[in-house]
Design a protein around this ligand. Structure first.
Ligand code: SAH
Length: 483
């Protein structure tokens, strides 16, 4: 089918089909032509993890790597091994503070990228043999088959076989011969009251799809149209203007669009083709606009605080993952855990003051900000992480957990001893002057609180077994325990 959606009345019909910038763009345009505009979350999910042509699932093609100087972005574990070492120390301190379990410990990482962070963590944990011995298994939640292989090669060796079972993909780690299991979602990892899960999430939550909404004032007596396909919402009439949420949906840009005609903002590079798609506000309620903004008192308060025009982003998957972490650590109504244990450490970027993220969807390509709608599948997409929503979902899901933070990454890393660790590396006498410069530069970047650094923009949040706030974890205002 010719994908000419959006041509209506524009008089630009040409004799050929519209050329889409990627195969995924064509597929998305065809889906929109059939079903109508799609929620931003559906667009994001397809762009990042579609079976064919998603950013993390094959669009980049063999040999192209999202990470590093020649890729699209750089992450903290790729900047400095000290980052992963300090995360490991944080888990070791928790393991000690929770009574040094001798078995049932598992390491879980969601979104492990190249596997660098897990590698640095395992190397460090193996300096604490009692903890290393307590680990039963390592689980890696990874959507990308390519990155799964990269992780396997790093953690198990290029020659190590990988086998497939109903549970996932399996191999054996070079550290202590521990079994590693790869799954595509966290749901596939078994849960048990006797388990002590230590869960790491670095730059994972920012890759989860978001819905975006805006509050609009609906004039009095206008009858509220029903959401498409929704028979449950009664059609109502209002006697006074009401504030209602409308969802941002994705539609194709007009054919022949250019960066100029679309007013691509100066913050976005014009080096790549003009966007195939754009965001528009749905004129009528959608299935999601009727319930997602009502789920939390924080969202509902926006009506009185900001009124018409207020923006809101909601990430349902973030709440699912946070609730899952919490239930594993603290138990849940469905799966009680008499003795909560384990911990989750989440590092990512987003507001740390409890405000909801707005306008935070971004496209990244070759270390530049680009339109999130340019070359779908080839552009990395991410959004600010709503740490308050994370905390709320975790504490709602389990009475057995408490949440600490978010604190700025710089504060967390400094409390974990980044300065001392870097100084130790510098004093070792093993580095060339050039290497010394790299180590110092990396450290500065991780804790730099300026707009270009990662110290303030990135935050750390911890989910721990409930202890009435008596013991603050290290890095969040607590002390390292002896030992
Ligand atoms: N933590 C790593 C990688 C961050 S990039 C680092 O800091 O370097 C995001 C990672 O999450 C990638 O490994 C990507 O493949 C994975 N990912 C993205 N969306 C996912 C999803 N929905 N489910 C599972 N993994 C996902």
């Amino acid at each position: 089918m010719a994908t000419t959606h959006g041509l209506n009345g524009e008089g630009q019909q040409d004799d050929g089909e519209r050329k889409w910038s990627t195969p995924l763009a064509k597929q998305l345009a065809e889906a929109i032509e059939t079903t109508g505009p799609i929620p931003l979350a559906s667009y994001m999910r397809m762009c990042l993890t579609a079976d064919i042509g998603g950013y993390y699932t094959g669009a980049l093609g063999e040999g192209r790597d999202p990470f590093g100087r020649t890729g699209d972005f750089v992450t903290s574990p790729e900047i400095s091994q000290v980052f992963g070492e300090l995360c490991a120390i944080w888990f070791v301190a928790e393991w000690m503070a929770q009574g040094r379990k001798t078995s049932g410990v598992e390491l879980i990482e969601v979104g492990p990228g190249r596997g660098t962070l897990m590698d640095d963590m395992l190397r460090t944990i193996h300096r604490f043999p009692a903890m290393a011995k307590s680990i039963d298994a390592i689980y890696m939640v990874e959507a990308s088959p390519d990155l799964r292989m990269v992780q396997k090669n790093l953690l198990c060796g290029e020659d190590a076989p990988m086998t497939e079972s109903k549970a996932g993909y399996h191999s054996v780690c070079k550290y202590g011969g521990l079994p590693i299991v790869w799954t595509e979602t966290i749901k596939s990892i078994p849960i048990g009251p006797e388990k002590t899960p230590f869960i790491m999430a670095h730059e994972f939550f920012d890759a989860l799809p978001i819905h975006a909404f805006q509050l609009v004032s609906v004039p009095a007596t206008q009858s509220l149209p029903r959401a498409a396909n929704d028979n449950s919402a009664p059609s109502t009439k209002t006697s006074h203007p009401t504030l209602q949420w409308r969802e941002f949906v994705v539609t194709p840009t007009p054919p022949g669009s250019t960066h100029d005609s679309l007013n691509t903002p100066p913050t976005q590079s014009r080096l790549f083709p003009p966007p195939d798609f754009q965001l528009t506000l749905s004129p009528t309620p959608t299935r999601h606009s009727l319930y997602l903004p009502e789920l939390s008192a924080r969202y509902r308060a926006l009506k009185s605080t900001f009124g018409a025009g207020a923006l809101l982003e909601v990430c349902p998957d973030l709440a699912l993952y946070a609730a899952d972490f919490a239930a594993r650590i603290g138990g849940s109504a469905l799966r009680p855990k008499p003795n909560p244990s384990g911990a989750a450490l989440i590092l990512d970027y987003g507001p740390g003051d409890g405000s909801v993220p707005t306008n935070s969807l971004r496209g990244i390509r070759a270390h530049r900000r680009v339109s999130p709608f340019s070359e779908p599948g080839l552009t990395d997409l991410s959004a600010d992480v709503d740490f308050a929503a994370l905390a709320e979902a975790a504490t709602r899901a389990s009475e057995g957990v408490e949440v600490h933070g978010p604190v700025q990454q710089a504060d967390f890393l400094e409390a974990m001893g980044i300065r001392e660790r870097v100084e130790m590396v510098l004093r070792s006498g093993k580095l060339t002057p050039k290497q010394e410069k790299v180590v110092k530069g990396a450290w500065e970047r991780l804790v730099d609180r300026g707009p270009g650094g990662m110290g303030k923009v990135y935050k750390a949040l911890a989910i721990l077994p409930e202890n009435e706030g008596r013991r603050r974890p290290v890095g969040f205002g607590g002390d390292l325990v002896d030992g």
